[in-house]
Design a protein around this ligand. Structure first.
Ligand SMILES: Nc1ncnc2c1ncn2[C@@H]1O[C@H](COP(=O)(O)OP(=O)(O)OP(=O)(O)O)[C@@H](O)[C@H]1O
Ligand SMILES: [Mg+2]
Length: 355
C-alpha cells in the first residue's frame, strides 16, 4: 500500500491540496503583463504552487534555482541551457544571431540535454545581456514565456550589482512574465520593498500562508480514515502540533499513517510518531542547540514555553532583537501571528531535553 502523504519535494496531483485562491491569483498575473513575487518561510509550498500553475497554464517556462548558481557567467549559461531545453535548436539558431560571444553548445549523451559554456575571457555583462535578449526574442505574444527564479534572495551572492543589471534588462523586455520566489523573508522583503532597491515594486507581491485548517483536515482525514477508529482525534492532534505547516504536516501524517498501517498501533499514535521523528533528528538537534549562543538559547526557550512576544519586546535589548532577527534570517524562528520556533519537532526536542 502506498503512503498517501509526501514531503520534501514538490508535490503534485493527489498530494497537492487547496491553494485554489492562490492559483487563481497566479493565473491572473500571468495572463497579463505583470510579474509575480512569491514570499514565504521555507517549505510552505511555493515551488509546488508555481509548478502546478505553470503546468495548468501550459505555456513554455524556464525554471532556475538561484541557489545552484555560482557566478554571473554560470547564470547566463544555465539560462541559455534551459532555453535550449524548451525551444528547438532550429528556431534558436537564428534568434541567437545577435550574440557577441558564440557559446559552446554540446550534446551531453548522459543527460540527453545540451551543455553550454562561454569562453572565460568574455565580460559577464555581455553574456547576460545577450541571453536575456534571447529570452524576449523566443517568447511570442500568443505563448508568452514564463521565467521562474527560485531562491532569488541568492542574487546578491551570485554577483555584485547583478540585481541592478537584471532589473535594467528585465525592464526592457516585453511579452514575458517573471515569477520570483524566495524563502528568506527579511531578505526578499528588502529586495522588493525597500525603496532604494532596484527591484522595488517590480511586480505583484504575494505572501504564501499555511494551508487553511479545514482543508488540511479534510485532506488528512480522507487518507487516514480506513485505518483509524479515532480519526478525528488523530487529525486534530496532528494539526495542532504542526499548526498547518505544509511540510511538517505531511511529514507527521506520513509517520502516523505508517504506524496505523504497518504496526496496527492505535494508542497514542501521534505521540509515538513525534517521538520517532524527534529521535531520528536527535543528533542534528543536539548539534544545532550547542551552536546557539546564550541569548539565542534563552529566546528559543521562551518561545517554546509560549511566552508572549509583546512581553519579550518590552524588555528586549538590542542584543535580543538582533538575535531574534538573525534566527529568523536563518529560518529557525518564523513569525506567524507571533514568533515561533519553525520546526515543531525541534520545539518538542527542546521541551524534552532542555526545559
Ligand atoms: N499544496 C500542498 N498540498 C499539500 N502539501 C503541500 C502543498 N504544498 C506544499 N506541501 C508540502 O510542503 C512540502 C514543501 O513544499 P515546496 O517544496 O513546494 O515548498 P517551498 O516553499 O518551495 O520550499 P523551499 O523553501 O524548500 O523551497 C512538500 O513536500 C509537501 O509535503
Ligand atoms: Mg522551493
Amino acid at each position: 500500500m502506498k503512503n498517501p502523504f509526501k514531503f520534501g519535494t514538490i508535490v503534485e496531483d493527489e498530494f497537492f491540496t487547496d491553494r485554489v485562491e492562490e492559483l487563481k491569483l497566479v493565473r491572473r498575473v500571468l495572463d497579463g503583463e505583470n510579474h509575480l513575487i512569491l514570499i514565504s518561510p521555507r517549505r510552505f509550498g511555493k515551488s509546488s504552487l508555481i509548478m502546478k500553475a505553470v503546468h495548468e497554464i501550459g505555456r513554455p517556462y524556464l525554471w532556475l534555482n538561484m541557489q545552484r548558481i555560482i557566478d554571473v557567467p554560470d547564470f547566463a549559461a544555465k539560462l541559455l541551457k534551459e532555453t535550449l531545453r524548451i525551444y528547438p535548436w532550429e528556431k534558436l539558431k537564428h534568434l541567437m544571431s545577435h550574440f557577441r560571444m558564440v557559446p559552446l553548445v554540446s550534446m551531453n549523451p548522459l543527460t540527453n540535454g545540451m551543455d553550454v559554456s562561454f569562453q572565460p575571457a568574455m565580460s559577464s555583462d555581455v553574456l547576460l545581456e545577450d541571453v536575456m535578449r534571447l529570452l524576449e526574442r523566443v517568447s511570442t505574444e500568443r505563448r508568452k514565456l514564463i521565467v521562474v527564479f527560485d531562491e532569488f534572495q541568492e542574487v546578491h551572492s551570485i554577483g555584485k550589482g547583478l540585481d541592478k543589471q537584471l532589473r535594467a534588462l528585465m525592464q526592457e523586455q516585453k511579452n514575458l512574465n517573471y515569477i520570483i520566489m524566495g524563502s528568506q523573508e527579511s531578505m526578499m522583503t528588502e529586495i522588493f520593498e525597500r525603496k532604494k532597491s532596484p527591484f522595488y515594486h517590480f511586480g505583484r507581491l504575494m505572501h504564501l500562508q499555511r494551508i487553511p485548517h479545514d482543508d488540511f483536515y479534510k485532506y488528512i482525514k480522507e487518507r487516514m480514515a480506513p485505518h483509524s477508529a479515532d480519526v478525528d482525534v488523530v487529525v486534530s492532534e496532528i494539526l495542532s502540533v504542526t499548526q498547518c505547516h505544509p511540510y511538517y504536516t505531511q511529514q507527521l501524517a506520513s509517520q502516523v499513517w505508517e504506524l496505523l498501517t504497518y504496526e496496527q498501533q492505535t494508542d497514542n499514535v501521534v505521540e509515538t510518531a513525534i517521538n520517532q521523528l524527534t529521535r531520528e533528528h536527535d543528533l542534528d538537534f543536539e548539534r544545532l542547540w550547542v551552536s546557539f549562543n546564550q541569548t539565542d538559547k534563552r529566546i528559543l526557550l521562551e518561545l517554546v514555553e509560549g511566552k508572549n512576544p509583546m512581553q519579550m519586546r518590552q524588555r528586549a535589548s538590542s542584543t535580543q532583537y538582533s538575535a531574534l532577527k538573525r534566527m529568523m534570517q536563518m529560518g529557525y524562528v518564523i513569525r506567524n501571528e507571533q514568533y515561533e520556533v519553525e520546526d515543531p519537532f525541534f520545539k518538542y526536542w527542546i521541551r524534552k531535553n532542555v526545559l
